[in-house]
Design a protein around this ligand. Structure first.
Ligand code: C2E
Ligand code: MG
Ligand code: MG
Length: 369
């Protein structure tokens, strides 16, 4: 592939080679002589390493992905993880996935994108079960996209963080909410009533005027609050649980649905969960996507579904990518799902065709078929 390669099989040789060559990529075996991979990760972090780190291991996938997460927490640029046996194909595959050359966006870029209507919402269907065992699209989740003149469609992980850090997540959310309300009303006028889930950043949960602002917008658009699901992540709520509780309770009293997003990745205890006025719990996609390959992920999904139901909450599994996972979630009693198996997020004009196509096959979408 045209790379210059240096190899090391012990700690000292590695450190010498690293300092001498400052490589663009490091392919790191987690089990090296005299040092485990995590120590290497810590060492690279202490060196402020800018190389991409690709982890390789014979350990199970969960250990590999948690090692990758440690690297990310230390601020390293982590690439793919590769399970052994290492093949030329898997290595080529990981190396060829070059990170997209996307600029580091700044506050002014995002504000200009909002003013210039470059921001847009995509919508991903959420399918819900019926008493007869059939499934149909009952709503969509609005997901921010940036139609960038230079970089094409930019995903939210490239700009939401900057918007949060620079204090402009509220105008961005407001923009996505307004667009979503406009389309929900339009779809309803065309005969398809859908709910829409809006992601609310934790940074907004300290603004006591939020419930009134959202309510005013929704009323003005002529949409019922019961059609709006506000998704808040678990970690966002835990930052300031009392402030969040005040705002969430008022939103609930105004008739909005509240969903606890990415559940399982934060640190809420059952007691905290019980005290907060959520109507739905959304199981994080990392567990759902792994539930077939990984017994522990399966156990977690099952336990979260039971927990939600025992607390009287609805449950939505996100990240359903295949039929096997769909069938298994049905067996576990999950009543709402979202994932690439049903549809990827689509632009507003593709929503109704997608919903109509899915719902027309409703009779064949019975459990177990
Ligand atoms: P999220 O709210 O958990 O959204 C679900 C993410 O999972 C979406 O990624 C969606 O495209 C992806 N996804 C859905 N099904 C599957 C699947 O089957 N497999 C896989 N691999 N992925 C799936 P997306 O659109 O990139 O959004 C990422 C995150 O960005 C969202 O996570 C949310 O936290 C944040 N975000 C997106 N839009 C907004 C927004 O308007 N405001 C705020 N505050 N955050 C937003
Ligand atoms: Mg969400
Ligand atoms: Mg989520």
């Amino acid at each position: 592939m045209g790379y210059e390669v240096h190899t090391a099989s012990d700690t000292d040789t590695f450190k010498r080679a690293y300092r001498a060559h400052l490589p663009g990529r490091i392919i790191l075996d987690l089990q090296l002589n005299g040092c485990d991979g995590i120590e290497f990760i810590r060492y690279l972090a202490s060196e402020k390493c800018a190389s991409e780190v690709i982890l390789v291991s014979g350990a199970d996938r969960r250990t590999l992905t948690s090692a990758r997460r440690i690297g990310e927490q230390y601020g390293l640029k982590m690439g793919e993880v590769i399970e052994k046996p290492l093949t030329i194909e898997s290595l080529e595959g990981s190396i060829n996935k070059k990170p997209a050359a996307i600029a580091n966006f700044k506050k002014a870029d995002i504000l200009a994108a909002l003013a210039g209507e470059q921001m847009t919402a995509f919508f991903q269907p959420q399918i819900a079960s019926h008493k007869d065992g059939g499934w149909s699209v009952g709503g969509v989740e609005a997901l921010a996209r940036w139609n960038h003149p230079q970089f094409g469609l930019v995903m939210p992980d490239k700009f939401i963080h900057c918007a949060e850090e620079s204090g402009i997540i509220a105008p961005l959310t407001d923009y996505i909410l307004q667009k979503s309300l406009h389309y929900v009303k339009q779809w309803e006028d065309e005969g398809v009533k859908l709910s829409v889930a809006i992601n609310i950043s934790g940074a907004m949960l300290s603004d006591l005027s939020l419930p009134d602002r959202i309510e005013a917008r929704v009323k003005k658009a002529g949409v019922s609050p019961s059609q709006i699901i506000l998704e808040v992540t678990e970690s966002a709520v835990m930052n300031d649980i009392n402030g969040a509780n005040d705002i969430l309770t008022r939103l609930r009293l105004k008739g909005f649905e509240l969903s606890l997003d990415d559940f399982g990745t934060g640190y809420s205890s059952m007691v905290q969960l019980y005290r907060l006025p959520f109507s739905e719990l959304k199981i994080d996609r990392s567990f759902v996507m792994d539930m077939h390959a990984n017994k522990e992920a399966h156990v977690i999904v099952r336990a979260l579904i039971d927990l939600a139901h025992n607390l009287g909450l609805e449950v939505c599994a996100e990240g359903v990518e295949d039929k096997k996972t769909f069938d298994e979630l049905i067996n576990l009693g999950c009543e709402k799902m979202q994932g690439y198996y049903f549809s990827r997020p689509v632009s507003s004009e593709n929503v109704l065709p997608m919903v109509k196509q899915f719902n027309s096959q409703r009779s064949t979408r019975k459990a177990g078929l």
